[in-house]
Design a binder for this molecule. Structure first.
Ligand SMILES: CC(C)(COP(=O)(O)OP(=O)(O)OC[C@H]1O[C@@H](n2cnc3c(N)ncnc32)[C@H](O)[C@@H]1OP(=O)(O)O)[C@@H](O)C(=O)NCCC(=O)NCCS
Length: 180
């Protein structure tokens, strides 16, 4: 649905689920992503969630599969979309680790920002990331995000507390961005 130079963002299909299940059970990916504490997920639960969602009909939420070279490598999307404040939070996880650090993450985030500002008429997009997730922070900076604050020692992750870094980008900043 959204096409960049190398990255396509499209709906998540049944064929993606086996890969997604593998990503969701990869401790390294889970710890890098940094949401809730890692917990195992049975394939059947993932499938049941997906089938329940599909049975509702209509359109997908603002969540996308990340496809590179016709391969499903992860997912990303907008959450907590507020029509009052015109804000949304970005979430992203590339589960195929060999695809990390090759610029695909920033391309996916750039496509999401275009979707948020151009198609959903949002005004502000934000995210939070572990302070030690340098790969993520650098990718977000490259897309125009700036650090807006940090919650000190906010997250218990892999045996220690880490800061949560809040980053955001405003529509006007995005419009004024330098085009590659
Ligand atoms: C975070 C994530 C989306 C970034 O996507 P990506 O494709 O890996 O990132 P990019 O290649 O676009 O950019 C990576 C940046 O980090 C740098 N980098 C690469 N490997 C690194 C490493 N091991 N340590 C620190 N920095 C690294 C790159 O040089 C680049 O920065 P630069 O352009 O300033 O030089 C992806 O790595 C991912 O999904 N990781 C696992 C889950 C996760 O962390 N989710 C985000 C939670 S907020």
């Amino acid at each position: 649905m959204l096409r960049g130079e190398r990255v396509t963002l499209r709906g998540i299909t049944r064929d993606d689920l086996a890969h997604l299940w593998r990503f969701n059970n990869d401790l390294v990916v889970e710890l890098a992503g940094g949401g809730d504490p890692p917990r195992p997920q049975a394939y059947e639960r993932l499938l049941a969630d997906w089938e329940r969602d599909v049975a509702r009909g209509g359109r997908d939420a603002a969540f996308f599969a990340i496809e590179v070279e016709e391969r499903f490598i992860g997912q990303c999307g907008l959450a907590d979309i507020s029509e009052t404040h015109r804000t949304a939070m970005i979430g992203i996880a590339i589960g195929e680790r060999q695809f990390w650090g090759k610029g695909y993450g920033r391309e996916a985030v750039a496509l999401l920002l275009e979707y948020a500002f151009q198609h959903r008429n949002l005004r502000r997009v934000w995210l939070w990331v572990h302070a030690d997730n340098e790969r993520g922070i650098r990718a977000y900076r490259a897309c125009g995000f700036v650090e807006e604050g940090r919650l000190r020692q906010h997250v218990w992750s892999n045996g220690r507390y880490v800061d949560a870094v809040y980053m955001g980008v405003l529509r006007d900043e995005w419009l004024a961005r330098e085009m590659p």
